[in-house]
Design a protein around this ligand. Structure first.
Ligand SMILES: [Zn+2]
Length: 136
């Protein structure tokens, strides 16, 4: 593969479309045993990883919310809502921040949980359908 390489090997970066000396000054090491160089030059690699990290940050919904509550609390809240308890009562009883509760409702997290619960009961509460993360 490297038959045609000049005495000072260079490596092409596909992102900025330039050739650099093939050494650790221009490329990060990677791969198994960190013996080979990564495909992109250092600046391009940094740009890519930063873009990837920020994309992950912005796409990933923070795992805070209604679904994080213990199942029995979630269930009780649904019952409370069914029995027309006020939000003030519900949040006080469960020690939940009122505004947080409002946010869960605005985001539809509680309605979504209720939907899943309904589906589960329709299916006769089979164990395999008890995963609250199941999407139907
Ligand atoms: Zn580059």
């Amino acid at each position: 593969m490297s038959n045609n390489e000049p005495p000072t090997p260079t490596k092409h970066c596909p992102d900025c479309n330039k050739d650099y000396p093939k050494n650790a000054g221009y490329f990060y090491k990677g791969g198994s045993g960190r013996k080979s160089f990564l495909r992109r030059c250092k600046p391009c690699h940094n740009i890519k990883t930063m873009a990837y990290a920020s994309k992950r940050r912005s796409c990933k919904p923070r795992p805070s919310g209604f679904e994080k509550l213990p199942p029995e609390v979630k269930h009780q809240i649904l019952e409370d809502l069914k029995h027309n308890k006020t939000k003030a009562e519900i949040t006080r009883e469960h020690g939940i921040n009122y505004r947080l509760f409002m946010r869960w409702q605005a985001k539809g997290q509680i309605a979504e949980y209720e939907r899943i619960e309904k589906l589960k009961s329709l299916r006769g509460n089979n164990d395999k359908f008890n995963n609250p993360h199941i999407m139907v």
